[in-house]
Ligand binder design. Structure first.
Ligand code: 9MR
Ligand code: 9MR
Length: 611
C-alpha cells in the first residue's frame, strides 16, 4: 500500500514533465526582471501536458505558482518547449527561484529599474572603440581597457592601383584629414554606411529622452558615463555620437575636387571608371589594402589607409545623421548646428546628382557595406532634413520615395533605414501628415513583430528566417520599433514586446547565453575583436562589460568556426563564443547602438511610470 502511494505521488509530481538531459532546462533573462513588466521563462520539456511550477522567494515562501503553457516544437531551436508566465510577481527582490518538474532555476532578481547599468556599459562601448586618441583609464571602466592612441595623423588619399577585380584606380589629387571616429567592429576599418545608422541611433535615443524631458532627471547630462570632453551640461550620448559624426564629416569631398567612380550599369561585369565632380559626395570607407591581423594594438597598425570611392549611400548616411545632429545641437552649439546642416545639404544634393553610385565588394581589407536599394536611404535623409529645416522640398522628396512602388518598409539594419525616418518623424511634436503616416507604419510593423513573437517558442519578436549576420542587433532594432509603438499608443503590449527582445539577448534562448559581455551568469567572453582579443592571446584584454555579440547566424556562415557548424545547427544554435567566429561573434557599433538605445528607452519609460 505504502509503495503504491509513493509511486502515485511520483506519477503526479511528474505529470506534464519530460525534461531532456544535458542542457539547462529553465531559461530566462540572466540579468533579472523588471517589477512591472512581462516575465517569461522557457522550459525545455518534451511533455505535451502542462506542468505545475512555483516560485519561492529568498526566505523559501512560495510566492506564485501556476501551470506551464505548452508551446510545442520550436523550429528556431529544435527544442520542445513550454512557457512560464509570472507577470503577477511584481515585488522587488533577490534570490527568487523557479521550480518545475523537480528542476530548480538559477536564482533571479526582480528590480524596479534593471536597465540602467546595461545602458551605461553599452554606451561606454563607443568610447572604448575610439580611434586616433589615447583611451584613459578613468574613462575605460577598468585599467586593462586603457590603451595608447593609434591611427593618428590620418590624412589618406584615394585608393590607387588594382582592386580585387583587377580594375586599376588612378587615385586623386587630394588628401583628407580623417583622424578620429570609432573602429567599426572587431576590425579597425571605418565605414560611413554603418557610421550613419550608429550615430543616428545614439542621437535618436537622446532625442527621445529629450522629448520627454528626461535627460536631466535620468542623469544623461554627463553624470553617468564619464568622457574626456567637457560635459557639465551636455549629454554624454550626444558627445559620444559627435565623436563619430565628426569623423564622418571628414569623409566628405571638398567642393571643386574631382574623383574617380565606377559608373557601370547594374549587372555589367566590367568597371566603367569615370572622373566626376566630387563636390559634397562622401567617401564610402577608409581602410588598408588588406585585412589587418588579429590581435593587433591600434598603435601597431602602420599600414597605409585609403579613401575608398564615394557612394550615394555614404552621402545619404551623412546627410541623415548630420541633419539630425543639427537640430539636436541647435541650442547647445549653434556653430556646429550650422556646420552639420550645411554638410547634410551638400551631401544630399550630391547624392541627388549621383543617385546610383553603388558600393561593391571589390576592395580587400574592409567590409563591403554594399547596398543596391537606396530608396530607403533617400527617404531617411529627406525626412531628417525636413524635420530639421521644415523645407517642403524635402517633404516632397520624402513622399516621392515612400510612394515609389519599389519602397517597402522592412526591419531595420544598416542597409534598411526607412523605418529610421519613421522613428524620427513620429517623435516630432508638430502634428503633420508625415508624422501621422509614420506612426501608422510603425504600429503596423510592431503588430507584425508581436505576431512573430507568438510563433516563437522562446517568444522573441523575430522569425528564425531572419537570423542573419548581426541577428541580435536586428532583434533589438525591432525592439526600438516596438518601444516607439508603445510611446505612440500607450499600449503596454508593445513595451512588453521590446522587453521580450532584450530577454532573448540576455539569456532566454536555446544556448542559455547572455550575448552581452559582463551581464548575466553565462555572458559572452571572447568576441572577434582586435584589441579585446583574450580569446586569441592571453596578453590582450577580454571584452569589457556591455558589448553585444552579433549572435546566431545560420544564413551567412562565412567564418571558419561557422563553416564547421554549417548544416548541423538549428537557427538559434548557430553561434559560438569564439574569437575567430566573425560571422557569429563579432561586436560592432551598429549593434551596440540599439542595445544602448533600447536599454535607455526601457529605463526611461519605467522612470516615467513611477513618477
Ligand atoms: O579578419 C578576417 C580576415 O582574416 C579575413 O581575411 C577576412 C576575409 O573576409 O575577414 C576578416 O574578417 C572580417 C569579416 O570578413 C567581416 N567582419 C570583420 C572581420 C574583420 O574583423
Ligand atoms: O553587419 C554586416 C553584415 O550585415 C554583412 O552580412 C557582413 C558581410 O558583408 O558584414 C557585416 O559587417 C561587418 C563589416 O563588413 C566589417 N566590419 C565588421 C562588420 C560586422 O561583422
Amino acid at each position: 500500500m505504502l509503495v503504491t502511494l509513493i509511486s502515485l505521488t511520483q506519477a503526479l509530481a511528474a505529470a506534464g514533465c519530460d525534461i531532456p538531459a544535458g542542457e539547462t532546462p529553465i531559461l530566462f533573462n540572466q540579468t533579472g526582471f523588471e517589477s512591472g513588466a512581462v516575465k517569461l521563462a522557457v522550459l525545455r520539456n518534451a511533455a505535451t501536458e502542462p506542468a505545475r511550477w512555483e516560485i519561492r522567494d529568498a526566505s523559501g515562501s512560495v510566492r506564485l505558482n501556476g501551470e506551464t503553457i505548452v508551446h510545442g516544437l520550436d523550429a528556431s531551436s529544435g527544442d520542445f518547449v513550454h512557457q512560464i508566465r509570472f507577470d503577477a510577481l511584481t515585488d522587488q527582490g533577490e534570490d527568487y527561484q523557479l521550480t518545475v518538474c523537480g528542476e530548480e532555476s538559477r536564482p533571479f532578481t526582480i528590480a524596479d529599474e534593471p536597465y540602467g547599468r546595461l545602458a551605461e556599459d553599452a554606451l561606454r562601448y563607443f568610447y572604448l572603440n575610439r580611434l586616433g586618441t589615447e583611451l584613459q583609464p578613468e574613462f575605460t571602466g577598468g585599467a586593462m581597457w586603457a590603451r595608447a592612441a593609434g591611427f593618428i595623423d590620418s590624412h589618406p588619399t584615394c585608393f590607387f592601383g588594382p582592386d580585387q577585380e583587377g580594375t586599376e584606380w588612378p587615385g586623386c589629387s587630394y588628401t583628407l584629414e580623417t583622424t578620429g571616429g570609432w573602429a567599426d567592429a572587431g576590425d579597425y576599418g571605418q565605414y560611413v554606411v554603418n557610421g550613419g545608422i550608429s550615430v543616428w541611433t545614439l542621437q535618436h535615443a537622446y532625442e527621445r529622452l529629450a522629448a520627454r524631458g528626461q535627460l536631466a532627471t535620468l542623469g544623461w547630462t554627463g553624470e553617468r558615463v564619464a568622457l574626456p570632453q567637457e560635459q557639465e551640461t551636455i549629454s554624454e550620448i550626444l558627445l559620444e555620437a559627435r565623436w563619430h559624426l565628426d569623423w564622418m564629416l571628414t569623409m566628405q569631398i571638398p567642393d571643386g575636387e574631382t574623383v574617380w567612380v565606377d559608373q557601370r550599369l547594374p549587372g555589367a561585369d566590367t568597371a566603367d571608371l569615370q572622373e566626376i565632380d566630387g563636390s559634397g559626395l562622401v567617401h564610402h570607407k577608409l581602410h588598408e589594402r588588406a585585412w589587418l591581423p588579429l590581435p593587433l594594438l591600434p598603435q601597431d597598425a602602420d599600414e597605409e589607409r585609403f579613401l575608398i570611392p564615394p557612394s550615394t549611400a555614404a552621402s545619404l548616411n551623412l546627410a541623415a545623421a548630420a541633419a539630425q545632429a543639427s537640430r539636436l545641437w541647435e541650442e547647445l552649439d549653434p556653430d556646429y548646428a550650422v556646420r552639420t546642416l550645411e554638410a547634410a545639404r551638400r551631401a544630399y544634393t550630391a547624392a541627388q546628382r549621383n543617385p546610383d553610385l553603388l558600393a561593391r565588394n571589390n576592395f580587400d581589407g574592409g567590409g563591403a557595406y554594399g547596398d543596391t536599394d537606396l530608396l530607403d536611404e533617400f527617404a531617411w535623409a529627406a525626412a531628417e532634413l525636413f524635420l530639421t529645416t521644415g523645407d517642403t522640398g524635402y517633404a516632397d522628396d520624402l513622399a516621392a520615395a515612400l510612394t515609389n512602388d519599389a519602397y517597402q518598409p522592412s526591419p531595420i539594419f544598416w542597409a534598411n533605414t526607412g523605418l529610421l525616418a519613421d522613428l524620427s518623424l513620429a517623435l516630432s511634436d508638430e502634428p503633420s501628415p508625415e508624422r501621422a503616416d509614420a506612426a501608422d507604419r510603425l504600429v503596423a510593423e510592431a503588430n507584425r513583430y508581436l505576431e512573430e513573437a507568438d510563433r516563437e517558442g522562446y517568444h522573441f519578436p523575430m522569425p528564425a528566417s531572419e537570423m542573419n549576420w548581426g541577428s541580435n542587433a536586428n532583434l533589438l532594432n525591432r525592439g526600438l520599433v516596438l518601444a516607439s509603438a508603445h510611446d505612440l499608443t500607450g499600449d503596454e503590449r508593445y513595451r512588453n514586446g521590446a522587453v521580450h527582445a532584450l530577454d532573448y539577448v540576455l539569456g532566454r534562448n536555446a544556448l542559455d547565453q547572455s550575448y552581452v559581455s559582463g551581464h548575466g551568469v553565462r555572458s559572452m567572453q571572447t568576441p572577434h575583436h582586435r584589441f579585446w582579443a583574450r580569446g586569441a592571446d592571453p596578453e590582450f584584454p577580454p571584452a569589457p562589460a556591455g558589448a553585444l555579440s552579433g549572435g546566431a547566424n545560420h544564413l551567412n556562415m562565412a567564418d571558419p568556426v561557422a563553416m564547421e557548424m554549417r548544416g548541423t545547427c538549428a537557427p538559434q544554435r548557430c553561434w559560438a563564443d569564439h574569437v575567430d567566429a566573425f560571422a557569429l561573434n563579432e561586436v560592432a557599433i551598429n549593434w551596440n547602438a540599439p542595445l544602448f538605445a533600447l536599454a535607455a528607452q526601457l529605463e526611461s519609460t519605467t522612470a516615467q511610470a513611477s513618477e
